[in-house]
Design a protein around this ligand. Structure first.
Ligand code: NAI
Length: 472
């Protein structure tokens, strides 16, 4: 295999876009074409307003767009031109049929693979970038091999992506590791080396890990399951803290100082969101069930159950504190994205919380610096229900600042940890002045200095802490 000169990425989403833009940024000798079946998404990538918000992304795209980085809807043309193709399409949880609610829906992966098989006119390295169940590469190989000839050969690699939204560009420029799995055949190992050489333009050799295909596929599910497990573990402890007077920040700090545990990912919160954690754990649960390992499935499933419990517990606490009813009360929700520094709302805890508030007939005012009105209304609407958007708009007010959302509110609820909601950035005295009294504040992200805000007059409620913490 000679060096890769032309790369095609199928899927211009949160992963395909940033990942391949960084490859173009670091490898000027490689032509990178990112394609998608969604013309609006491609148009946005070619415009001044990129379809996703990610710190540093714009600089990377603007530096290489039109030079060696292209965004196109011409999927077939880009496949034909490429030596190496990333399949970076969505793999959501199946909504119906066998494995509904757990298994990954591989329809998009299959359709992209079939397209490659149909239109390729030369040999290709096909790289599984999407997160997929262990042994998906086998199905892709079956499709590709059925179409290979003496002249056209397909190699398949697994190269899962470990970037986190909000820090994607940093993660891609300085990855902890790049993982490349291949069949341990001479051709497989050659293809593995060709992709390693692409990353080798900017990633140190010792950070590029090569494994067999199945280890690589499973490692991605395993990493996400373990990360989510840490959050569910600390959230489970937050419930104990609230009941005992222990302070979850202190407990997390004390645990995190143990070098075997490490300090990252120990922040208690209203629960994890995002498109990956829940989907990938459920995927692992399904895989375990399929392998007839029910205890293993139950073990990992508990991570998701704990996450749902944490969201419900937070809502119950709010209702209880507001004198057991929130009917007609105004609740200001600060933050809608699933975490800071992204506009992504997929599986955001905010959606569950707000739907519960609406169910209790509260009036909800929402502000998020990066999520637009249309996205919020769509996320809160129930698919298939008539007039659902009008129903949502009746209960929900979408605001252009935290101050507007908090005006005349009975409670402010901090849901996303945006820096601008910190107590050294937001004028909480102004927020307090505009609110109904007693002015309640619920911190679902351990973001504010509660004693300071209590001094201003707020009744502050923080996940994993009680006002009496530290007192006898
Ligand atoms: P996304 O939904 O943002 O993007 C996927 C894109 O693929 C969409 O724009 C869709 O139109 C396009 N697409 C689907 N089928 C296609 C086809 N046959 N031909 C051309 N385009 C097609 O999804 P996202 O978030 O980028 O995720 C992609 C994969 O990466 C998933 O498997 C996900 O689990 C994984 N992943 C996601 C991470 C994240 O933080 N979002 C991190 C690491 C992995």
């Amino acid at each position: 295999m000679t060096a890769v000169k032309s790369i095609c990425c199928i899927g211009a989403g949160y992963v395909g876009g940033p990942t391949c833009a960084v490859i173009a940024y670091k490898c000027h000798d490689i032509k990178v074409t990112i394609v998608d079946v969604n013309p609006a998404r491609i148009a946005a990538w070619n415009s001044d307003k990129l379809p996703i918000y990610e710190p540093g992304l714009e600089d990377v795209v603007l530096a290489r767009r039109g030079k060696n980085l292209f965004f196109s809807t011409n999927v077939d043309g880009a496949i034909q031109e490429a030596d190496l193709i990333f399949v970076s399409v969505n793999t959501p949880t199946k909504k119906s049929g066998m494995g509904a609610g757990r298994a990954a829906d591989l329809a998009y992966v299959e359709s992209a693979t079939r397209r490659i098989a149909q239109v390729a006119t030369s040999s290709k390295i096909v790289v599984e970038k999407s997160t997929v169940p262990c042994r998906t590469a086998q199905s892709m190989r079956t499709i590709l091999e059925a179409n290979s000839t003496d002249k056209i050969h397909f190699d398949i690699l697994s190269n899962p992506e470990f970037l986190a939204e909000g820090t994607a560009i940093d993660d891609l420029l300085k990855p902890d590791r790049v993982l490349i799995g291949a069949l341990q055949t001479p051709e497989g190992i050659r293809a593995q080396q060709a992709l390693a050489d692409v990353y080798g333009h900017w990633v140190a050799k010792e950070s590029i890990l090569t494994t067999n295909l199945w280890s690589s596929e499973l490692s991605k599910l395993a990493a996400n399951a373990m990360l989510a497990q840490r959050i569910s573990s600390v959230n489970a402890l937050s419930a104990i803290c609230e009941a005992t007077g222990a302070d979850v920040d202190e407990v997390a700090y004390a645990c995190g100082r143990d070098s075997r545990l490490g300090s990252k990912f120990l922040k208690a919160s209203v629960g994890f969101g995002g498109s990956c954690f829940q989907k990938d754990i459920l995927n692992l649960v399904y895989l375990s069930e399929q392998l007839n390992l029910p205890e293993v499935a139950a073990y990992w499933h508990q991570v998701v159950i704990m996450n749902e419990y944490q969201k419900k517990r937070f809502v119950r606490n709010i209702i209880k504190t507001l004198f057991n009813t929130i009917t007609n009360k105004k609740i200001a929700v600060l933050g809608f994205a699933f975490k800071k520094d992204t506009g992504d709302t997929r599986e955001s805890a905010a959606i569950t919380l707000i739907k519960d508030f609406i169910q209790e007939s509260a009036r909800v005012a929402i502000y998020d610096p990066k999520v637009d009105r249309q996205q919020i209304v769509m996320d809160l609407s129930e698919p298939g229900v008539v007039d659902t958007q009008q129903q949502v708009e009746k209960h929900v007010q979408i605001c252009s600042s935290a101050y507007e959302a908090a005006k005349d509110a009975d409670a402010v609820v901090l849901v996303t940890e945006w820096d601008e909601f910190r107590d050294d950035q937001l004028d909480y005295a102004k927020i307090y002045d505009g609110m109904h009294k007693p002015a309640f504040l619920f911190d679902g992200r351990l973001l504010v200095n509660a004693p300071k805000l209590r001094k201003m007059g707020f009744k502050v409620n923080v996940i994993g802490k009680t006002e009496l913490a530290g007192k006898a």
